[in-house]
Design a protein around this ligand. Structure first.
Ligand code: NAD
Length: 501
């Protein structure tokens, strides 16, 4: 049930919510009802400064905490996530709109990264070489950076912060999280969970706000690294500004994910996969399939199968027995509707029209039903742009080669999938396609936590992907130590360059 009195979401600094006099609040709406469900405090410049200062102090102490103790905190945080999944999922659904089951799914995927980070003692092990020269040994260590910032988007208010925070914290850093202002409550609950798990105050800070807070974080001298996830325009800004201020930056941007269906594919399986990947979470997933490339003769049969299945999908309030929830805001809904309109005007065939949806929910919600556009061509904006809604565009291509050419020429390169029974074609696709995450008969190939998540081209700015060993490297820096404990009999001054003997 939606609470009748909006909750207050405050900034979380030094292990508690802080609300100085004069704090300005911004409404958070339930997208299924358009009602104000919460008010979130935006941090002013002084509070941001206070938060960064306390995070930095906490980082100095936290890095001295033993690996054994850090690991215990991570295990306890995982337990918090596990036992309070329903509570957290409810907050996600109330503010984002996705189904409760989908919200629980994103928590489960985030939990996998916590589990990965529980192995930090192993992940931080360095190398040791005995006797590299006479009486000299060498070893390597990886040390934390200090205080790092995470700036997250609306579409995964739990999973995206958890791609980064557990690894950064396990490695000995403190974290300042700036969640999306559209669904801030999950970050607040996670801050409480970290405290319950025994994390010292100040190691996990939450600052709410918009561009001003982001721009302070990405230019502030105390912040050593920035992990950003959001639209490509802002990702590029964060990357360019952050790196110009001497920070490590990984900035994950937008996407336009293609699914290539070859004539030999199992078309029922491909249709099911396309439906799930295009319309799950109302298409508001960075790994959603939004362009279906149908090779040669398969298009008619595939469009027919997808259209049949769309007829069974129920759109409505994510707390009910439905398949798809609302879009996150009225302005985003209008943007998605305008793309459907322009696709139609540009000559695409509207096979299933989400504008006519009859939702199982309040009339005031931000609804768009599953939409299927056929005969889309690569020059149309429904193909070139990220729509981030439940709109699947079918592009008919004459061959495998033409399909791969389109994927490789598209500016985005987050995820892609091929559907085929031909192992040789799949292997060739894997080799040739210029995309960071590839599925073979798997429509949403989100890597498990011990691999790294990230796209290519305009889908990621920077060198490091999220979590896995790349995440550990991102949040640490290497040091190599050369040691001699001389035998007291070996003395003498040496001015020459050290050469190993
Ligand atoms: P967004 O870019 O609007 O916002 C992301 C973050 O940036 C938010 O915290 C927001 O407050 C902040 N922000 C917004 N405008 C800003 C500005 N002018 N200056 C500085 N900061 C600003 O993105 P969104 O709408 O919240 O999320 C959807 C986008 O995120 C989609 O493009 C989606 O593809 C992308 N995304 C990508 C991935 C990935 O892995 N590549 C994952 C999830 C989402």
């Amino acid at each position: 049930m939606t609470p009748t009195t909006p909750r207050q979401v405050s900034n979380w600094i030094e292990g508690r919510p802080i609300r100085p006099e004069g704090t300005t609040s911004h409404p958070v709406l339930d997208p299924a009802t358009a009602k104000v469900i919460a008010n979130v405090d935006f941090a002013g410049p002084e509070l941001v400064e206070q938060a960064i200062g306390s995070a930095d102090q906490a980082a100095a102490a936290w890095r001295t905490t033993s690996l054994a103790k850090r690991t215990q905190v991570l295990f306890a945080f995982r337990e918090q996530l596990r036992t309070r999944t329903d509570e957290l999922a409810r907050l996600i659904t109330e503010e984002h709109g996705k189904l409760l089951s989908d919200a629980a799914g994103e928590i489960a995927r985030g939990m996998e990264v916590v589990e990965f980070a529980c192995g930090i003692p192993h992940l931080l092990k360095g190398g040791y070489s005995e006797g590299v020269s006479r009486g000299i040994d060498v070893h390597s260590v990886r040390q934390p950076l200090g205080t790092v910032a995470i700036i997250s988007p609306f579409n995964f208010p739990v999973m995206v912060p958890l791609w980064f925070a557990p690894v950064a914290i396990a490695a000995g850093n403190s974290v300042v999280l700036k969640p999306s202002e559209q669904d801030p409550s999950a970050a607040d609950l996670m801050a409480r969970m970290w405290r319950e798990a025994g994390l010292p105050d100040g190691v996990f800070t939450v600052l709410h706000g918009g561009p001003e807070v982001v721009n302070t974080l990405i230019t502030h001298p105390v912040i050593k690294a920035v992990s950003f996830v959001g639209s490509t325009r802002i990702a590029q800004h964060v990357y360019e500004t952050g790196t110009a201020h001497g920070k490590r930056v990984q900035a994950l941007g937008g996407a336009k994910n293609h699914m290539l269906v070859l004539p030999d594919a199992d078309l029922d399986q491909a249709a099911d996969a396309a439906i799930g990947a295009a319309y799950g979470s109302a298409g508001e997933r960075c790994m959603a399939i939004s362009a279906l490339l149908a090779v040669d003769s398969v298009a008619d049969a595939l469009v027919e199968r997808i259209n049949e299945r769309i007829g069974d999908l129920r759109t409505g309030d994510g707390r009910r027995e439905v398949d798809m929830g609302p879009l996150v805001s009225a302005s985003h809904r209008d943007r998605v509707l305008s793309y459907i309109e322009s696709g139609q005007q540009d000559g695409a065939t509207v096979v299933a029209d989400g504008r006519r949806v009859v939702p199982d929910g309040s009339r005031d919600g931000y609804w768009v039903g599953p939409t299927l556009l056929d005969h889309v061509t690569p020059d149309m904006s429904v193909y070139t742009d990220e729509i981030f809604g439940p709109v699947l565009s079918v592009v008919r291509v004459p061959s495998y080669e033409e399909g791969v050419r389109l994927i490789n020429e598209h500016p985005y390169g987050n995820g892609t999938a091929i559907f085929t029974r031909d192992g040789g074609a799949a292997r060739r696709f894997e080799y040739e396609v210029e995309v960071g995450m590839v599925g073979v008969n798997v429509p949403i190939p989100v890597p498990v936590s011990y691999y790294s998540f990230g796209g290519w081209k305009s889908s990621l700015f920077g060198d490091s992907h999220a979590h896995g060993t790349e995440g550990v490297h991102f949040y640490t820096r290497g040091k190599v130590v050369t040691t001699r404990w001389p035998d007291p009999t070996s003395r003498g001054i040496e001015l020459g360059f050290p050469v190993n003997t």
